[in-house]
Design a protein around this ligand. Structure first.
Ligand code: ZN
Length: 241
């Protein structure tokens, strides 16, 4: 009996603190007040420079630190694939949910094309593109090792199953590409390299490349119509190395 009374007291103390905080917001100066009734989105809640942060901004101006970074919680992603995918735990769970939701909504399938890539596998992917296209063009489509979002374990290239417009701009016009553009935010993903943003991200339009940032940030970027992490966190444009 006594312990349950204590629990009730603790619970009401919690409510009192919550009420005080809400009250505090209500009397905040106009400049600090949100037009919404909820508290403003806290952009400093997670690091944008720490390699293991879900909000890390990786681009041609901001390599991973260290460049040889390997995520600690990589898991195999249990979905259809072209190359067996690994991602960090939270990103993997979100991909599984997203692929299931697509199948449920359309009766069609999508698959993982490529997900986590280590420093050394990124090195061979990048060198392959350089051999094929030359360095200048390769830099618009593939990251140098240590500069790739794929090395964070939070990025995935998605393709249609059966394959259709794989890693091509026309993927945007496929059923899978259209659904992802509309719905990926619900699962915590953003389209990382949007159209007309090459001057900011350093990459051409990649309708297949999705980056896990968590539901809160994905939702906030959508509702503020902010297309890139660089613009959202004001980290500066990163068109070149
Ligand atoms: Zn990619």
């Amino acid at each position: 009996m006594k312990s349950s009374v204590r629990a009730i007291l603790r619970a009401s103390a919690g409510l009192f603190v919550a009420a005080t905080l809400v009250g505090g917001l209500a009397v905040a100066p106009a400049s600090a007040r949100s037009i919404h009734s909820q508290a403003e989105f806290d952009k400093t809640r997670n690091s944008t420079t720490k390699a293991s942060s879900a909000w890390v901004v990786v681009n041609k101006q901001n390599p991973l630190s260290p460049k040889s970074y390997v995520p600690k919680d990589l898991v195999s992603v249990p979905v259809d694939y072209v190359y067996a995918p690994k991602l960090r735990k939270a990103a993997s769970a979100a991909v599984v949910k997203m692929f299931k939701a697509y199948k449920k909504a359309t009766g069609k399938k999508m698959q993982a094309q490529s997900a986590y890539r280590s420093y050394s596998s990124q090195k061979s992917v990048y060198n392959g593109w350089v051999d094929k296209l030359g360095q200048k063009k390769a830099d618009l489509t593939s990251a140098r090792p240590g500069y790739s979002e794929h090395q964070t374990g939070l990025a995935i290239d998605i393709s249609a199953k059966p394959a259709n417009c794989t890693l091509k701009a026309c993927f945007a016009k496929t059923s899978q590409g259209k659904w992802l553009a509309k719905n990926a935010w619900k699962y915590g993903f953003i389209l990382r390299y949007p159209k007309y943003k090459t001057g900011t991200t350093g990459y051409e339009f990649e309708p297949w490349h999705y980056r896990y940032v968590g539901k809160g940030l994905a939702k906030e970027m959508r509702s503020t119509k902010t297309k890139t992490l660089e613009d959202f966190f004001e980290t500066g444009k990163a068109p070149t190395y």
